[in-house]
Design a protein around this ligand. Structure first.
Ligand code: NAP
Length: 408
C-alpha cells in the first residue's frame, strides 16, 4: 500500500496525498517516542536454558516483576513454588495459580505460605522444607518479594521490626539461613542459583547498625532516616548475598566435590509495578490522581514488569553463571561491578550477619512468649465459656473443648 502512495507522490506531487504534511510534522515525534521507549525498555534476555524438571522457589511471585518471572519460568516448564504471604487456600491465590497453570500449560505450580513480615512463618516453612530425607531437589531460589513504603507510612511488623527492613532483608536472611543445608547438599552436578533482587538505591544508602537498631523503636524516626530504610535494606541484602556465597563456598562436601550453589544479585531497573505505583503515589488519593495524569511520562520512562523480569531471567538461565565462584551482579542482562566496594567487605558482612542472627533470636523469643500467652488466654476464655454453658444447661457449642471431648 505505501508503494502506490509514494509513486503517486512522485508523479503528481506531494500535495495530492491527503494528510501528508501532518504526517511529516508528527512522524519525528513518533519516532522519538519509539526510540526513547526502546531505550528505557532495557535489554532482553536471550538465554535459552531448559527449565523442565528444575525446582524454583520464588518470593513475590504474585505481583509485578516476580509475577512476570514466574510466568516465563512456568512457560519454560519449571516446577514453581510460590512463597506467598497468603495461605494456599486463599481464593485469590487459588484463582491466580489456576490461571497460571492454564495459560502456561504447566501444572507444576504450587504455593506455600511464607509471610515475610513474620519470622515464625518463615521458620515454619523453611524447617518443614529441610526436614526431608533424602533432601528435596532445589535448583533456584528467586527473591522478588519486597516493599517500598512512602516515608510517611512506616510500620512495625508483628515481630516489632521495621516492615521494610524485615520484608526486604531480614526475612530473606532468615529463610536462606535455614534453607542453607538443603542448598549445600544438592548433587554436585546440579546448577543451583540464589537470585537476590536489589535496586540502585543501595548506592546512596547511609548504612550503620545503630541506625538499623533505631528503626525498630516505636518512637518516630526523623524523615531523612526513614527515607534511607529501603536503601539500607537493599545494601544489607547485597552484603548478605556476598557473605552467603562465602558461607556456601566454605562448605566441605562429603563427596569432596566443589560447591554447586551460586549467588547472583540482580538490579531489574525501575518498573511500572504495583509496588512502584504505591511508592510514587505516596499511598494517597491525591498522589494517585497526579500519577494518572502523568501516566504517559511513566509509561515512557519506566519498564514494564516483563521488561524488568529480563535480567532476573537472564541470571536464572544464562549458562555462564552455572560455573565459577558466584557472587556476581547483573544489570541490563550484563554482568557489572558493584558500585560500592563495601558490599563485599568481609568485616561488614560478618558484623551484619551476627547482628541479624541476634535480632532474629530476640524477636523469635519475644514472639514465642507472645504466642504462648495468647494460647493460654484463648484456652482460659474457652474454659470460661464452657463453664457458663454447663451451668446454664446448654449443649456445648461446636468446636469447644467440651464438644470435642464428648465426640471423643
Ligand atoms: N519495581 C521497581 O522499580 C524495582 C526496582 C528495583 C528493584 N525492585 C525490587 O524488585 C522486587 C519486586 O518489586 P516489584 O516492584 O515487582 O514489587 P511489587 O509489585 O510490589 O510486588 C511485591 C511482591 O512481594 C510480595 N510481598 C510483599 N510483602 C510480602 C510479605 N509480607 N510476605 C510475602 N510476600 C510479600 C507481594 O505479595 P502480594 O501480592 O501478596 O502483595 C508481591 O508479590 C522487590 O524486591 C523490589 O525491591 C523493584
Amino acid at each position: 500500500m505505501p508503494i502506490p502512495i509514494i509513486v503517486k507522490g512522485i508523479a503528481d506531487g506531494l500535495d495530492t496525498i491527503p494528510w501528508i504534511w501532518s504526517v511529516f510534522r508528527y512522524a519525528p515525534w513518533v519516532l522519538l517516542i519509539g526510540v526513547l521507549k526502546y531505550y528505557f525498555g532495557g535489554a532482553r534476555n536471550i538465554s535459552e536454558r531448559l527449565m523442565h524438571s528444575k525446582v524454583v522457589m520464588v518470593t513475590g511471585g504474585t505481583s509485578g516483576i516476580g509475577a512476570s518471572v514466574v510466568q516465563e519460568l512456568a512457560l519454560r516448564g519449571a516446577q514453581v513454588i510460590l512463597l506467598t504471604r497468603q495461605p494456599p487456600s486463599d481464593l485469590f491465590l487459588v484463582e491466580y495459580i489456576e490461571d497460571l497453570r492454564r495459560t502456561t500449560k504447566n501444572n507444576l505450580i504450587y504455593a506455600e505460605q511464607v509471610d515475610l513480615t513474620s519470622l515464625h512463618s518463615v521458620r515454619t516453612f523453611a524447617t518443614k522444607w529441610i526436614d526431608n530425607a533424602p533432601p528435596r531437589r532445589l535448583d533456584a531460589v528467586i527473591l522478588c518479594g519486597g516493599i517500598a513504603l512512602p516515608s510517611s507510612a512506616r510500620t512495625l511488623t508483628p515481630d516489632g521490626i521495621d516492615a521494610e527492613w524485615q520484608v526486604n532483608y531480614l526475612s530473606n536472611f532468615h529463610l536462606l539461613s535455614i534453607l542453607s543445608p538443603a542448598l549445600r547438599v544438592q548433587p554436585a552436578h546440579r546448577d543451583v542459583r540464589i537470585i537476590f533482587t536489589t535496586s540502585s538505591g543501595y548506592i546512596g544508602a547511609k548504612f550503620d547498625l545503630d541506625t538499623v537498631r533505631g528503626l525498630n523503636s516505636k518512637t518516630k524516626n526523623d524523615s531523612a532516616q526513614r527515607k534511607n530504610v529501603y536503601a539500607m535494606s537493599k545494601f544489607a541484602l547485597m552484603t548478605f548475598a556476598q557473605s552467603f556465597q562465602r558461607h556456601l563456598s566454605a562448605y566441605k562436601r562429603p563427596d569432596g566435590l566443589p560447591n554447586c550453589a551460586r549467588v547472583i544479585v540482580v538490579d531489574p531497573g525501575t518498573c511500572r509495578t504495583p509496588g512502584t505505583r504505591r511508592w510514587l503515589t505516596g499511598g494517597s488519593l491525591w498522589g494517585l490522581l497526579v500519577y494518572l495524569i502523568t501516566w504517559p511520562f511513566w509509561w515512557l520512562v519506566l519498564k514494564s514488569p516483563q521488561q524488568g523480569a529480563q535480567s532476573i531471567l537472564y541470571a536464572a538461565m544464562e549458562e555462564t553463571y552455572g560455573r565459577g565462584q558466584g557472587g556476581w551482579m547483573i544489570k541490563e542482562c550484563r554482568q557489572v561491578d558493584y558500585a560500592r566496594k563495601d558490599v563485599a567487605d568481609e568485616d561488614v558482612g560478618k558484623r551484619l550477619w551476627e547482628f541479624s542472627e541476634k535480632q532474629i533470636e530476640e524477636a523469635e523469643k519475644a514472639g514465642a512468649v507472645k504466642r504462648g500467652l495468647e494460647k493460654k488466654e484463648k484456652e482460659a476464655e474457652e474454659e470460661k465459656k464452657e463453664r457458663k454453658e454447663k451451668s446454664s444447661g446448654k449443649a456445648p457449642s461446636a468446636g469447644s473443648r467440651r464438644s470435642k471431648k464428648n465426640k471423643a
